[in-house]
Write a protein that binds this ligand. Structure first.
Ligand code: MG
Length: 292
C-alpha cells in the first residue's frame, strides 16, 4: 500500500479558546477535522479511511484563519520516539568520530514534546550546556515488524521538523553518559508545524534542513547527506520493535551543533531557535527559564 493523501495535518488552538482541535491546513486556513473515532492526529493517521476523507475534500469542518490560531505539537502520545545519532557525515567530522557501520539509535521520552512555537524550558538540573539539533522527523502510519527495505517507506505516512534539544553535560559528562536523560528533559523536542504526508513532499533524501539561532545560520545541509536513509532506518528498527501508527523517528542532525563550534555556543535564556525544512515549514522556539 502506498499513501496517496497529499495534505498538511495540524493540531491547533483557536486563540483564547483553550480548545485543542485537529485539522487540515489549506494555504492560510485551518479546516477542522471532526470524524467519529478521531480525537487526535494519531487516530487520523492510523485510519486509511480518515486520511482519504480528509484528503479528497470531503472534510468540511469549521474554518479558521491560520493567523487566528496557535499551532500545537501535531502528536502527543507516540508509543515510541526513536532517534538516530551520528547519521550525517558532516556531524561525524565535527565531533571527530568514524562513520558507524549500523544505525546508532537512542530514544527520547514523550514528556519532551513541545509545540512549534512553545518555549524550550531551561532545566534546573542542567542549566548550562543546552544544544540544538535540527532534524527531519518521520511518522509511522501502519503497524509493521520486520519490514523489508523495499517496503519501508510505505509505512511512513508523514514528515515533520523536530529539534532534538540536548543537555550536553548530562549526555556526555555524567558517569558513562546519559543519552536518554540528557535528551529527555521537559520540552526538549519541539515538533511541527504540520504532519506533511509524503506524497506532498519531494523525496526525503532531497530536502534542505536549516537551523538558525537568533537569526544566525548554524546548520544548513541536505538530507541526502544521511548515512542511513529513512527506508533503511525504518527497516532496521522494525527488526527490533513493532512499529505502530504515531511512532516518531528522528533521523539525525548535520554539522553546526553548538558544542562543535569554536568557540562553543550553547543556548541561553532568550535565544530563539528556528529549525526549517521546506516545504514542511519551521518550528521557532525561544529558550526560557522555568516559570514554576
Ligand atoms: Mg539528534
Amino acid at each position: 500500500m502506498i499513501y496517496l493523501y497529499p495534505m498538511r495535518l495540524i493540531r491547533f488552538e483557536p486563540r483564547g479558546s483553550g480548545r485543542a482541535l485537529i485539522g487540515v491546513q489549506k494555504e492560510d486556513v485551518a479546516v477542522q477535522i471532526e470524524l467519529p473515532g478521531c480525537a487526535d492526529l494519531e487516530d487520523v493517521i492510523a485510519s486509511p479511511e480518515a486520511l482519504a476523507h480528509c484528503a479528497d475534500g470531503a472534510n468540511s469542518g469549521a474554518e479558521f484563519r491560520l493567523d487566528s490560531v496557535r499551532l500545537l505539537a501535531p502528536l502527543t502520545r507516540p508509543e515510541k520516539i526513536l532517534c538516530l545519532g551520528l547519521n550525517y557525515e558532516s556531524h561525524l567530522r565535527e565531533v571527530g568520530l568514524e562513520a558507524p557501520s549500523e544505525p546508532t539509535v537512542f530514544s527520547k521520552l514523550a514528556n519532551t514534546i513541545a509545540g512549534p512555537t512553545d518555549p524550550i524550558l531551561i532545566p534546573g538540573a542542567a542549566p548550562r550546556r543546552l544544544d540544538y539539533e535540527a532534524e527531519l522527523a518521520v511518522v509511522i502510519g501502519r503497524t509493521g515488524r520486520e519490514i523489508p527495505l523495499a517496503e519501508a517507506l510505505d509505512y511512513v505516512v508523514a514528515a515533520t521538523v523536530a529539534n532534538d534539544v540536548t543537555a550536553r553535560d548530562w549526555q556526555l559528562k555524567k558517569p558513562n553518559g546519559q543519552w536518554l536523560l540528557g535528551k529527555s528533559f521537559d520540552t526538549f523536542m519541539p515538533i511541527g508545524p504540520a504532519l506533511v504526508t509524503l506524497d506532498e513532499l519531494p523525496p526525503l533524501d532531497s530536502l534542505q534542513l536549516r537551523c538558525l539561532v537568533n537569526g544566525e545560520t548554524r546548520q544548513d545541509a541536505g538530507t541526502g547527506e544521511m548515512l542511513f536513509g529513512v527506508a533503511e532506518i525504518v527497516s532496521y528498527l522494525s527488526d527490533v520493535c513493532t512499529l505502530r501508527p504515531g511512532d516518531v523517528i528522528l533521523t539525525g542532525t548535520p554539522a553546526g551543533v553548538g558544542m562543535a563550534l569554536d568557540p562553543r555556543q550553547f543556548l541561553a535564556e532568550g535565544d530563539t531557535v528556528e529549525c526549517t525544512i521546506e516545504p514542511i515549514g519551521s518550528i521557532v522556539n525561544t529558550v526560557s527559564a522555568r516559570s514554576e
